[in-house]
Design a protein around this ligand. Sequence first.
Ligand code: SF4
Length: 398
Amino acid sequence: MDTRAFKRSLHHSERYNRRGFGLGEQVAVNLEEAYQSELIATIRENGYELRHGRLTVRLAEAFGFCWGVERAVAMAYETRRHYPSERIWITNEIIHNPSVNAHLRDMNVLFIRVEEGVKDFSEVGVGDVVILPAFGATVQEMQLLNERGCHIVDTTCPWVSKVWNTVEKHKKHAFSSIIHGKVKHEETLATSSFAGTYLVVLGLDEAQMVCDYILGKGDREAFISHFAKASSPGFDPDLDLARVGVANQTTMLKSETEEIGRMFERTMLQRYGPAELNDHFLAFNTICDATQERQDAMFSLVDEPLDLMVVIGGYNSSNTTHLQEIAISRGIRSFHIDTPERIGPGNRIEHMPLGGNLEMVTPFLPEGPLRVGITSGASTPDRVVEDVIRHLMQLCDD
Ligand code: SF4
């Protein structure tokens, strides 16, 4: 499919909007009320530190809402104002944050039902308005909504669109896209829908498997079976790994994406030599600034002496999980929570250990003076971070 041509024609449609409705000022008050926090503003002014009795809170210097998410949420609010009486749908959570999605539900924005991982668009009708989330939607979903006569409000972050352009470039020049991402994540699903031939690798181990194969060290059947659900239909490792370009899910760990890029470059250099490198490897630059800034801020924070870390964000938020990975890699006791209510009376916390299931920990806070590091993923409003801090203060007062 010529995804570029489809996008071009969609962008010219009168039923398509990706710039908002010029109602920024009107929705600013609602956004401020729902998501901003005076306490957080004060902590920022105070060198990202708050002292309260025996508790010292250290905030990461970059955390929370990134501009792509702010933009998507503002566009969703504008959409409600622009279409006060139309049925409005979102193809998925607009961002991975329970409180933001609850606010949208309160505004009577409907969520497309998902059954066993498959979206059910059967209730969406002609003239309905459909918002595409910050991490995008697949080209097939866009096609379906366009053909059904819906108004599409596309809040896809420009950084994500940039990745789509990259994989389209790979396709045009007959390179396979190696996508560093989580195969079931909506952003990676969308990116692979714009790619031609592709393979999704989760991390360094899988990237190494692919590099080994390129250097003749793999078993064909085992390789095909391993990547069966993470590659384009009919992917043939003997043919399709001869020319590769790297792309990424924008919220993956930056250092890992960069390392994967270097691994493929080295591999192609070894296999084909420097004179032919450009025919076999395409460099990339699609790491989102916001993800990078939050990860860098986290690396500085975990260099400080901390008794524990609280990482706030949706449990299906990829960038939040990566922030927790950083804390764990430094051996810091860390807790990933999605809402402030996870911290409760009786000195308890209900949190999601990395790769595990919800778990209750009590006692949560140790006795004595306490330094707690706090960060949050790109989809978490300041208001939620404030509430978490207030719950911590309350526990320390008890
Ligand atoms: S994390 Fe980056 S790519 Fe994702 S929405 Fe925010 S700015 Fe865009």
